[in-house]
Design a protein around this ligand. Structure first.
Ligand code: C2E
Ligand code: C2E
Length: 179
């Protein structure tokens, strides 16, 4: 039974919570933050040009990149922060009791740690690097709905991609840029 439970909640490739379990845990954390009136940030991360990695070096290499990214994010955040794989090359991190400026520091730390990773092709003839784009959404006061945070982080991530990738963008940047 334990094994079945683990399979249902943990992504088998990267060993981090899957989309469904991330959602459930995030909802509980959001509810508590709302109750306590604590700030909270949501990071959405997407590996840049992931399709290119799969197409150029093959799917086993793509898998290695996903695993390495998950391990790197895990090492870079605190125990109480929640990491999940939303699917494909997309991850999310929920940062309880964290303000936007702190979230920016954390996102930058993740972005740099991943850019510093080095990968080798199976024949060791080439090495390559990978980068991530990160969108940040900030929850405070009346904005603790998961769907809303998700949407704002996704829009910020879209802007990071549009602005050249390997970048961190906050939803507040997005709103001020539009003015
Ligand atoms: P900092 O790295 O500039 O982080 C500033 C603040 O951002 C931290 O203040 C904390 O509120 C938030 N923060 C940074 N990283 C994380 C994270 O991974 N998860 C979460 N949830 N929040 C984070 P705080 O806690 O007062 O820490 C002050 C300084 O103490 C940090 O400045 C850092 O220099 C050091 N520090 C604290 N905890 C650790 C740790 O576990 N490892 C390392 N290497 N340094 C730490
Ligand atoms: P942890 O709190 O679970 O943090 C795990 C890792 O996330 C840290 O590994 C560090 O790489 C990163 N991290 C977390 N918070 C911060 C931060 O505020 N700033 C920076 N720059 N990095 C952060 P690390 O440094 O090897 O620390 C391992 C564990 O040691 C931490 O686990 C925490 O339990 C403890 N620790 C380390 N430094 C501090 C500190 O300054 N204050 C406190 N209260 N605990 C610390």
């Amino acid at each position: 039974k334990e094994k079945a439970e683990k399979e249902a909640t943990i992504d088998s490739l990267t060993q981090v919570p899957n989309r469904h379990s991330f959602y459930n845990r995030a909802k509980a954390i959001l509810k508590q933050a709302d109750h306590l009136g604590e700030p909270l940030c949501f990071l959405m991360l997407d590996i840049d040009f992931f399709k290119h990695i799969n197409d150029t070096y093959g799917h086993p290499q793509g898998d290695r990149v996903l695993i390495a990214c998950a391990r790197t994010i895990e090492k870079t955040i605190r125990e109480k922060d929640l990491l999940g794989r939303l699917g494909g090359e997309e991850f999310a991190v929920l940062l309880p009791n964290t303000k936007i400026d702190e979230a920016r520091v954390i996102a930058e730390r993740i972005r740099i740690s991943i850019a510093e990773l080095s990968f080798h092709t199976p024949a060791l003839t080439q090495s390559y690097h990978t980068t991530v784009s990160i969108g940040i959404a900030y929850a405070s006061e009346n904005m603790y709905a998961y769907e809303l945070l998700y949407k704002h982080a996704d829009l910020a991530l879209y802007l990071a991609k549009q602005s050249g990738r390997n970048l961190v963008v906050c939803d507040t940047d997005r709103l001020s840029a539009r003015k």
